[in-house]
Design a protein around this ligand. Structure first.
Ligand SMILES: Nc1nc2c(ncn2[C@@H]2O[C@H](COP(=O)(O)OP(=O)(O)OP(=O)(O)O)[C@@H](O)[C@H]2O)c(=O)[nH]1
Ligand SMILES: [Mg+2]
Length: 536
């Protein structure tokens, strides 16, 4: 198995897009002939498309900062293996100087498959160019070439695979388009000659013989895990033997392998997604809910989290989710924990590693509380800000991970001046990303409640209560879907206060959603439940 990996020169392509759009705008403004409305419109349309592509790449670049290797969107150019050529040979043995044709057929080119792998969490290990293995050439004494070994592309579970359609600027030419381009500008005879040279080993004088083998193969798109089938074999000269031509001196070449350009999009599968503005405390909450096991950096500056992080919440029989959860433990990052988790993540054993509860139990603590009763996953997201759809901040692109969540939870900073405005903005941005997405929201976590009335002053307590009541009023008036009002829970992620009730509610939502009939359809396309790779 061989995978060819060539890293695209992004630095070379990104500025060229910008300069291209500048050229177009100059052409539109300084042309001596006034452009008609339709041409102007089409130029503007093209410019918009290119600018959007440029902005998307810029966002991707921002998310790759600080050495983060998480990748959830990738274009892969796949070329299956070429079929081996047929051979022209004649059998020779003692007392038999003119034996029959004995050239072997070529081997089929290697196919390219795609396979979901539960141990992968990012697309960064997937090469952006994949080339299948070529089939072996045929040889004398009827020896056929070997079949090219298949190449298997491993992708994380939840990867959506689409073939880029014709006309998409990111798509590479397929095998027939390259052939047509090679013939462009040639006259009919020259074209015919080139075509025959491409098809035949030892070009048959007069042509025609066995030409049935050189017609184009029908392009069959097979669903499932096969993404590009290897090129067909070339035939050896015995294939063309007939009564009129008992010793043909020609054979065909193998066909080129199928070429496709795939768009891979990783949509993380987490039961619950946290949506909130920067610094609302999402990462702190994730760390608190997972007992500090989920590796999500916490810091007091905005945009600490650049990529989604998924953690596992494990509930015990008595409804608690982490030993000492309510005893005032402070969750900040520790480098030792991070190091340990990184090792577990890399080995793929993270989800199955023992919780702190289970760890205690294995050390002889047989307390009822340490028996795990329910498990669900929760995803922390980068901060969402106003106009993220225009690529302000980190843009919208990371929200693709939330699309498959069963429930969404808004996280707002209750100590901020107007948490209701923040909530409104979050809902608007979700709707801008995908209309109807905000309907999946089930709860509002009013975080950093510990900052209000921290010294117990009765007047401040009254103000804090009034603020919470106002937030609840707002939610009741503005944020209900089909008569269902979202729950508002004040918490403190940092000091693990009131999180038990959050986990119990989350469990209820997840159980409800899991019980509901699975209409696991995104964008009207279908998910293969067994492989978890989407087919569109
Ligand atoms: N007092 C208090 N501080 C908190 C609480 N939750 C988070 N913080 C602090 O708020 C700051 C931001 O927390 P993060 O968890 O990084 O916030 P975030 O929402 O993940 O931020 P981004 O990743 O930038 O979107 C950190 O300094 C935390 O210690 C809380 O409940 N109470
Ligand atoms: Mg964060």
């Amino acid at each position: 198995m061989r995978i060819t990996l060539l890293v695209p020169n992004l630095r070379a392509t990104a500025p060229s897009l910008r300069s291209y759009s500048t050229i177009i705008s100059h052409a539109g403004s300084s042309s001596s002939r006034p452009a008609t409305d339709t041409t102007r419109e089409s130029i503007l349309e093209e410019q918009r498309e290119r600018d959007a592509l440029f902005r998307k790449r810029k966002t991707e670049w921002k998310r790759r900062q600080r050495g983060e290797t998480f990748l959830d969107h990738l274009i892969v150019h796949v070329r299956a293996g070429r079929g081996g050529n047929g051979c022209v040979a004649f059998h020779r043995e003692k007392f038999k100087p003119y034996g029959p044709p004995s050239g072997g057929n070529g081997g089929r080119g290697g196919d390219v498959y795609i396979l979901p792998d539960q141990h992968l969490t990012t697309l960064s290990s997937v090469p952006s160019r994949v080339r299948g293995n070529a089939g072996g050439h045929g040889m004398g004494t009827w020896q056929h070439g070997c079949v090219g070994a298949p190449v298997i592309l491993r992708v994380p579970l939840g990867t959506v695979v689409r073939e880029l359609p014709r006309g998409d600027p990111r798509r590479k030419q397929d095998e027939w388009e390259t052939e047509d381009e090679a013939y462009a500008g040639l006259d009919k005879d020259e074209r015919r000659q080139r075509w025959q040279e491409r098809r035949w080993v030892h070009y048959p004088i007069g042509g025609g013989a066995g030409s049935g083998c050189t017609t184009r193969l029908p392009r069959v798109r097979q669903f499932g895990t096969l993404v590009a089938s290897g090129g067909a074999t070339g035939y050896g000269n015995p294939h063309f033997q007939s009564t009129t031509n008992p010793s043909p001196k020609f054979a065909t070449r193998g066909y080129e392998g199928e070429r496709v350009t795939l768009e891979l999009e990783l949509k993380l599968l987490a039961d619950v997604g946290l949506v909130g503005a920067p610094n609302a405390g999402k990462s702190t909450l994730l760390r608190a809910l997972t007992g500090g096991r989920a590796r999500s950096t916490v810091a007091e500056y905005a945009f600490t989290t650049l990529n989604p992080v998924v953690g596992v919440v494990r509930m015990t029989e008595d409804g608690s989710f982490v030993v000492g959860g309510e005893d005032g433990t402070i969750y900040e990052e520790t480098s030792v924990e991070e190091q340990r988790e990184r090792v577990l993540m890399k080995s793929g054993a993270y989800a199955d590693s023992p919780t702190r509860n289970q760890g205690l139990r294995s050390m002889g603590d047989d307390d009822e509380r340490s028996i795990e009763a329910f498990r669900f996953t929760i995803a922390d997201n980068p901060g969402l800000i106003e106009n993220a759809s225009d690529n302000v901040g980190l843009g919208h692109s990371f929200l693709r991970s939330m699309e498959r969540s069963l429930a969404l939870v808004y996280v707002v900073d209750l100590s901020g001046p107007a948490p209701w405005d923040e909530l409104y903005m979050l809902r608007e941005e979700l709707e801008k990303y995908k209309p109807g997405m905000s309907e999946r929201a089930r709860m509002i976590i009013a975080n950093k409640a510990d900052l209000l009335a921290s010294d117990g002053d009765p007047e401040e307590v009254r103000l804090a209560r009034a603020k919470l009541a106002r937030l609840e009023e707002f939610v009741k008036a503005e944020m209900s879907h089909d008569g269902r009002v979202l729950d508002v829970v004040p918490t403190s992620g940092k000091y693990s206060q009131n999180l038990r009730i959050v986990v119990q509610k989350l469990r209820k939502y997840v159980e409800e959603a899991r019980r509901a009939p699975q209409t696991s359809s995104i964008d009207g396309t279908f998910y293969d439940a067994t492989s978890n790779v989407q087919q569109s």
